[in-house]
Write a protein that binds this ligand. Sequence first.
Ligand code: MF3
Ligand code: CO
Length: 249
Amino acid sequence: MPIELKGPEEIALMRQAGRAVAEVLDMMLQELRPGLVLKKLDDIVRREFAKRKVVPTFLGYQGYPARACVSLNDEVVHGIPDRRVLQEGDIVSIDLGATYKGFVGDAAITVGVGTISPVAERLVRVTEEALWQGIKAAKAGGRLGQISAAIQAQVEGNGFSVVREYVGHGVGRSMHEEPQVPNFGPPDRGPLLQKGMTLALEPMVTTGNWRTKKDSDGWTVRTADGSLAAHFEHTIVITEGEAEVLTLR
Ligand code: MF3
Ligand code: CO
C-alpha cells in the first residue's frame, strides 16, 4: 500500500480525533495516585469518549480487551488496565486512540506516581524530549530516517536504549498505515516526507537493554532485563513548515 496523503477535510477530522485523545488523556492523568485501580482509567475513557462522539480505536483491535493501554515500570507497551493498583514510585505509560468519523488520533504519555527514582525521572524526561526531537525533524522534503535518527541520538546520547521490536506508524483511516516509523536508524533512509503525511511518532525507551518479551496474556510487552521503560507518542501531520501536532495537550 502506498502512503496516503491527507487533504484538509481529512486532517480536520483527525484534529477532532486528536483533540479527544488529548483531553481524555489529561483527565486520566488527574486520577493517577497510589491506590488507583487501573480499570478505572478505562472507565474514564468509556464515559468521556461517549460524550465526545468518538470510538475507542484499541478496543477489539486484534482482540485487545480494553480502550487504553496502561503499562507500569518495566512494561513497555500494551499493558491492560485491569485490577492492578498503582503504588507510590511507579511510572505509568498511558496509550490512547480515538476514531472520529473514521479517522484516528493516537497518543501516549509516561508519568510518575508521587516521588519516583532519579533514573526514572531522567528516563521520562529524555523520552519526551526524544519525541519532540523527532517532531522537529519531521519536515516536508526530508527523509523519514531523519525522524528515526533524531530520536535515537537523543535517547542514546543520554545513555538509554531504543526499543527495536515496536515502531511508530502512519495513521489516519486506520490506526496502522504505511509507513513504519522506526525510532532508530540512519537519517538518509526511508520515504521522502511530504505535506499531508500523517504519522504517529512513538519512542519507546528503556534504561537497560532494548530487548523485550511478551507476557502470557498475549499483550503486555516488558523489558527482557527488567529495566524501566517509558513511551511518548503524538499524531502529527507533515506541513511545509513545522509539523502540526494533532494530539497536543
Ligand atoms: N499506540 C499503539 C500502537 O500504535 C496502540 C495499539 S494498542 C492495541 O500500536 F491494543 F490497540 F493494539
Ligand atoms: Co501508535
